[in-house]
Design a protein around this ligand. Structure first.
Ligand code: 7PJ
Length: 307
């Protein structure tokens, strides 16, 4: 578009990836236990959820004490690096991983929740077990992140009282087998409809809208093409449902396939993915590399605010 002086007015791009729109949300915060996190409006900037794994395969060597010490120093580093939410996980849900008992999960997670409850940051717990949900909430956790999307009625019941946030994630199948042959007619529509239905169930169970966030569940029963489709249309997904969206792509095999890199060399790819997710409507990104992601998002956020 040329003006009379020959100068170009700012070009208008067609909507698409990277065309940031402020989310249309009924509330501009997510109620997260003791915390209220801004997810829209002037105070909003993308939130970084740091992954704190407390599974034996994430420790350098066996002993529980070493494991706890390691987890706490990792958490301390994430806090120094600017994390907004700490996500504690005691069950490995990597494709093919065997399930653990609720007792074992509690043995792994509870000491970490007790040790971190007064760290000043909201604590999320990544669990599918109603018993674990109840115990960690009683111990002070602020958010429950359930990769099964609270499909178990006992899970919804475990989180309905109180004011913890819940993250409802989409997964096709079960972790042991989900990556064998993921299939969809229309992946966008199926994920959207699942999340809509689970959000409605959560609200019917008495969970107020300001406590709910949604997650397309990258890598959970999805091929690279499915993940890319969801990422490319993620803003539309967020707006179709109208709840804050959490995106977790960090170090996942899709990053490996796109970059050709093994898991220990996926940091830059993961930071790129977090940035794309934030530019495409994610209010929260779940990451391993907190310092690097915080820096990348600061740059984008500053540019966005200059518009
Ligand atoms: C996710 C998760 C995710 C949410 C895991 C991994 C696998 N929770 N837990 N979203 N992924 N909400 O980190 O590679 O994408 S465990």
């Amino acid at each position: 578009m040329l003006t009379r002086g020959g100068e170009r007015s700012p070009p208008r791009f067609a909507d698409g990836p990277g065309t940031f729109r402020m989310p249309e949300l009924s509330r501009n915060y997510l109620q997260c236990g003791r915390f209220r996190l801004p997810v829209s409006g002037d105070a909003f900037r993308p939130l970084v959820m740091g992954i704190l794994n407390v599974t034996p395969d994430s420790f350098s060597d066996g002993g529980r004490f070493d494991g706890l010490e390691l987890a706490l120093s990792h958490a301390e580093q994430m806090i120094a690096d600017g994390v907004d939410i700490v996500d504690i996980g005691g069950e490995s849900t990597r494709p093919g991983a065997p399930p653990v008992s609720a007792e074992e999960e509690l043995r792994r997670v509870m000491p970490v929740v007790y040790a971190l409850r007064d760290c000043g940051k909201p604590l999320s717990v990544d669990t599918r077990r109603p018993l674990v949900m109840r115990e960690v909430l009683a111990a002070g956790a602020d958010m429950i992140n359930d990769i099964e999307g609270f499909r178990d009625p006992a899970s919804l019941a475990a989180v309905s009282d109180g004011d913890c946030a819940i993250c409802i994630m989409h997964m096709q199948g079960e972790p042991q087998s989900m990556q064998q042959a993921p299939q969809y007619g229309d992946v966008f529509a199926e994920v959207r409809d699942f999340l809509r239905e689970r959000v409605a169930r959560a609200q019917a169970a008495g969970i107020s809208a300001d406590r709910i966030c949604i997650d397309p569940g990258y890598g959970f029963g999805k091929t690279v093409a499915h993940n890319l489709k969801l990422l490319a249309w993620q803003q539309e997904l967020q707006q179709a449902i109208g709840f804050p969206l959490l995106a977790g792509l960090s170090r996942k095999s899709t990053i490996g396939q796109l970059t050709g890199k093994p898991v220990e060399q996926r940091m830059a790819g993961s930071v790129g993915a977090a940035l794309v997710a934030a530019m495409n409507g994610a209010q929260i990104v779940r990451v391993h590399d907190v310092a690097e992601t915080v820096d990348a998002l600061k740059v984008w956020d500053a540019a966005r605010r200059a518009r």
